[in-house]
Design a protein around this ligand. Structure first.
Ligand code: GLN
Length: 495
């Protein structure tokens, strides 16, 4: 029997004892072994741990339990803790650090029957949009190995796209789940800020960071979200509101749904094929019964500037803990100050240093009001613009990224990299739930392979069910998500 492609089908088969979780763990270990040299999604493989979990899952199923993620292979971004496993954040400063506890989101998935197959590559401390800022490895886009997978959750999306995992966890601060999901042709979902506990997620910008699922289908992303979401007393910003289950009964059409298109997000800056793909996606939404309405987000254009003050400010404070005293790398100096200096100089890469400098500057006396406080005011205005727009629509549709996946080293200045998140940052600043769902392919003039694009959808705070329902209807009608990259096209291995 072959291993089914989705978490829903795998869990059903394991719960009904048609397949054992142990056989699935063995199959994925073999698959990862075969494909990793081409993809490079993982920083640490945990096949033995997956097998140990699988044996426990099989025992629980035999004892009569039904588990929502029974036997589902799960990849975990390497900024989330998993007890006893190396957790590096893609940084030299944590290269040899072993997590002493497990993140709440990860624990909930493991308790629900998921199998941890490995920890995935990322831009160092989740700062970047291509995975090129990782100090510890190179991840390639499974659709075209000359290209980046996107970032920062590049390893997680590449693992799912290449069939090395069925579900993965990413984290999204300004677009780090949605942009790479678009680049690799998978579903990437960032829930409302506070829906999923951040306990055990190594902090980048705490007021923005959110864990979310990466999956092949919207329904699988919903299933994963349902298991993870909900209050956690260990995270002070986790929401106490009840979470409505999303994965059952997702809608199949969009009749009566009003979808906003943002006036300020003109598509004219995009490549002609990219633009045509988005125009077709909007037309498909209409074809499914949605009413398309124009909405305005007048301050969204300030999103990137606002984000690149707030996120570095928070990062400069969060990363102060990496000083050679308690965690990870320590490069001794003559005194404490020199130890700090040497450790941080050797441990952090250029982009992380740049952000620490920008953030420290923005928070320093004399500049705080001019930069940090103004950025906070702009953030409030951006959130207010969304609230106004949502009076006219149920969801907003937009591109998930400003282009298809680009070649390695194509973005040589930081600013052009920052602009990749032009369409995702405003939603992050407003704390909104948002996702990317595959919406077609383009073959760029400088490329030989078709590359996927992602449609971004976003709804008001807490409207995850509406969001996932719209995405599910679109996915079912268009089938873009069912196309696999060449490396994963032949999933016929037998167990
Ligand atoms: N690319 C953005 C950045 O570099 C977003 C990263 C993220 O969401 N973690 O900060």
């Amino acid at each position: 029997m072959t291993v089914p492609e989705t978490a829903a089908e795998i869990a059903r088969a394991v719960n009904e004892r048609e397949l054992s979780a142990a056989a699935i763990a063995a199959e994925f270990e073999a698959r990862i072994h075969l494909r990793e040299a081409a993809v490079g999604a993982f920083l640490t493989q945990t096949g033995a741990l997956a097998l140990a979990h699988a044996e426990r899952v099989d025992a629980r199923v035999r004892a009569g339990e039904e588990l929502p993620l029974a036997g589902v292979p799960l990849a975990i971004k390497d900024n989330m803790c998993l007890t006893g496993t190396r957790t590096t954040c893609g940084s030299k400063i944590l290269e040899n650090w072993t997590a002493p506890y497990t993140a709440t989101a990860v624990q909930r998935l493991l308790d629900a029957g998921a199998l941890p197959v490995g920890k995935t590559n990322l831009d160092e401390f989740a700062m970047g949009s291509s995975c090129e800022n990782s100090a510890l490895g190179t991840t390639r886009n499974p659709w075209d190995r000359e290209r980046v997978p996107g970032g920062s959750s590049g390893g997680s999306v590449a693992a799912v796209a290449a069939g090395e995992a069925v579900l993965a966890l990413g984290s999204d601060t300004g677009g780090s789940i949605r942009e790479p999901a678009a680049f690799c042709g998978v579903v990437g979902f960032k829930p409302t800020y506070g829906r999923v506990s951040r306990y055990g997620l190594i902090a980048f910008a705490s007021s923005l960071d959110q864990i979310g699922p990466v999956a092949r289908t919207v329904q699988d992303a919903a299933r994963c979200y349902d298991v993870m979401a909900g209050h956690d007393p260990l995270d002070a910003t986790s929401l106490a509101r009840p979470v409505a289950a999303t994965h059952n009964g997702l809608r199949d059409d969009l009749r009566g749904v009003r979808i906003g298109l943002v006036n300020e997000f003109t598509l004219s800056a995009l490549g002609a094929d990219v633009r045509a793909t988005y125009e077709r996606a909007y037309a498909d939404l209409e074809g499914l019964g949605a009413d398309l309405v124009d909405v305005s987000l007048p301050t969204a254009d300030y999103g990137v500037a606002t984000y690149y003050l707030i996120a570095p400010a928070e990062c400069s404070s969060n990363l102060a803990r990496f000083d050679g005293m308690r965690y990870g790398l320590r490069v001794p100096g003559a005194d404490v100050a020199e130890t700090y200096e040497r450790t941080r100089a050797a441990g952090f890469g250029d982009e992380v240093k740049r952000r620490i400098l920008i953030g420290t500057h923005a928070l320093s006396s004399g500049y705080y009001d001019a930069y940090y406080v103004r950025a906070q005011k702009a953030r409030t205005l951006i959130a207010a613009d969304f609230a106004t727009a949502f009076q006219r629509c149920d969801a907003i549709a937009a591109p998930a990224a400003a282009s298809e996946a680009f070649r390695f080293a194509a973005k040589s200045d930081p600013y052009s990299m920052y602009l990749m998140d032009y369409y995702t940052i405003p939603m992050s600043l407003a704390g909104l739930p948002a996702l990317s769902v595959p919406c077609g392919f383009v073959t760029p003039p400088d490329g030989a392979h078709p590359l996927p694009l992602g449609l971004q959808l976003t709804t008001p705070l807490f409207e995850e069910r509406t969001l996932l329902g719209i995405a599910h209807a679109y996915e079912r009608a268009t089938m873009h998500a069912s196309v696999r990259p060449p490396i994963a096209a032949n999933e016929t291995a037998r167990v």
